[in-house]
Design a protein around this ligand. Structure first.
Ligand SMILES: Cc1cc2nc3c(=O)[nH]c(=O)nc-3n(C[C@H](O)[C@H](O)[C@H](O)COP(=O)(O)O)c2cc1C
Length: 165
């Protein structure tokens, strides 16, 4: 099984740490969305897309990449993220982005390109944006050991799903 994890992590490397934990289990290659060779994607059985959540969505470079992709009929994929607060606490950004979940904008683009999304994962990450900086940020120390274990378990479940799908 060949897996590629496309991720970008600009704030505190929170998503990078989660991507690395998943990659360890999936024996995946890690790559920045701006460095993806689109022609090489057909070689992979599973492709992950992840980043922090910025203003209620994944990083714009993932959307740029998704926009450039051809249609991959049924290519198995997964979406992941780290965010300062949970999905329901993102209600203002979700309302502005007209979505019920901060994964949905990217999910919508990937579905347009024919991806079969077989899993999604999110956890909290250290966030020092705006006023949070004054108090040293929120979720300092996250992602933590528990999050890494959950990310690893998620990756194991993906592996099992790939066998039966
Ligand atoms: C510019 C910016 C905007 C952000 N917007 C949100 C947001 O809308 N919702 C949220 O829950 N967290 C938000 N965050 C917090 C990040 O999602 C969180 O810290 C995440 O773990 C960052 O991941 P990274 O270290 O991989 O970049 C924002 C952070 C930055 C820097």
């Amino acid at each position: 099984m060949k897996t590629l994890i496309i991720y970008i992590s600009i704030h505190h490397s929170n998503t990078e740490k989660i991507a690395e934990a998943m990659a360890e289990i999936l024996d995946a290659k890690l790559i920045n969305p701006r460095e993806v060779d689109i022609d090489s994607l057909s070689e992979y059985d599973l492709i992950g897309f992840g980043s922090g959540i910025y203003f209620g969505k994944h990083h714009k470079s993932l959307f740029k990449l998704a926009d450039k992709l051809p249609v991959f009929k049924g290519k198995k994929s997964f979406i992941f993220s780290t965010s300062g607060v949970s999905n329901w606490q993102n209600i203002i950004n979700n309302t502005l982005n007209r979505t019920l979940h901060f994964h949905n904008p990217l999910k919508k683009e990937l579905l347009k390109k024919g991806f079969n999304i077989i899993g999604k994962f999110d956890c909290r990450g250290w966030d020092t944006v705006g006023p949070f900086e004054l108090i040293g940020g929120i979720n300092k120390g996250s992602p933590d050991e528990k999050d890494f274990k959950e990310a690893e378990n998620f990756a194991r479940v993906l592996k099992d799903r790939l066998k039966v799908l």
